[in-house]
Design a protein around this ligand. Structure first.
Ligand code: NAP
Length: 247
């Protein structure tokens, strides 16, 4: 049985990916920051369906938490084969001339430092250079990286631009060490993240701007992530797949 570690697995896209990964036969390690009850609920669901899962509280922006997260999952579930670098956050919609340094540090701590720390921790465990079995990393970016999120949260969009660069650079760095590194760029997906921006109904407001005419579901993003994790994507690395209904 392969083990996948999914950061931000307690809700939204991460939770949908956890369910689908368990159905596909992975043992699933879930990281979360604060919502222990939600994370425990996903673990119970997976176990009730006959799968294996483990939830670990860890802030991805803190190096000690990240090491504890990886060690706990590796020990508790036996080995590690893949990482879904999914934990992400944003804050209230604001213009760039309204952003202060404390907010920028919070957003970049989770979305950029967190993604780098988790990627590094995964490479140290997966790379054949370190005696590991090889594996796959999927980074969860956003179409915001390309669209820029003007008038909403350019800080968030820029953090996802950094994630896209991490995908390309790390893929080339570790390609000869048995590790593929890919990404997904979700568009407007129905999750709680929009409420953090102060607009829970954001997907409904913008659905008309999506060529496919609707927001996406967490499961539709999870399907793309599972494909990138799978042997069917064996010749895909350094690629970030848009899952955005054409927007
Ligand atoms: P969500 O429903 O708000 O869930 C976010 C998850 O990340 C939660 O599990 C949360 O844990 C966790 N998290 C946040 N900060 C963390 C930290 N510092 N350390 C550890 N875990 C942390 O968001 P979502 O919409 O599913 O988003 C998942 C990913 O998709 C994010 O990277 C997001 O940027 C990206 N994305 C989403 C959309 C969209 O429209 N929804 C579009 C493009 C990209 P707690 O529950 O414990 O707080």
């Amino acid at each position: 049985m392969k083990t996948v570690l999914i950061t931000g697995g307690s809700r939204g896209i991460g939770a949908a990916t956890a369910r689908l990964a368990a159905q596909a036969g992975y043992a699933v390690g879930l990281g979360y920051r604060q919502d222990a009850a939600a994370a425990a609920g996903i673990v119970r669901e997976i176990e009730a369906a006959g799968g294996r899962a483990l939830a670990v509280q860890a802030d991805v922006g803190h190096p000690d938490d990240v090491e504890r997260l990886f060690d706990t999952v590796q020990t508790g579930l036996g080995g590690l084969h893949a990482l879904v670098n999914n934990a992400g956050t944003l804050e209230r919609q604001a213009r760039v001339d309204e952003l202060d340094a404390a907010r920028l540090q919070r957003v970049l701590s989770t979305n950029v430092i967190g993604a780098f720390l988790c990627a590094g921790a995964a490479v140290r465990r997966l790379s054949t250079r370190h005696g590991g079995p090889g594996g796959v990393i999927v980074n969860v970016s956003s179409r915001a990286a390309v669209l820029g999120s003007g008038g909403e949260y350019v800080d968030y969009a820029a953090s996802k631009g950094a994630v896209d660069t991490l995908t390309v650079g790390l893929a080339r760095e570790v390609a000869a060490e048995g590790i593929r590194v890919c990404g997904v760029r979700p568009g407007l997906i129905e999750t709680d993240i929009h409420a953090l921006g102060g607009e829970p109904g954001r997907v409904a407001r913008l659905a008309g701007s999506v060529p496919l005419g609707r927001g996406g579901t967490p499961d539709e993003v999870a399907q793309a992530i599972l494909w990138l994790l799978s042997p069917q994507a064996a010749y895909v690395t350094g690629t970030t797949l848009d899952v955005s209904g054409g927007r």
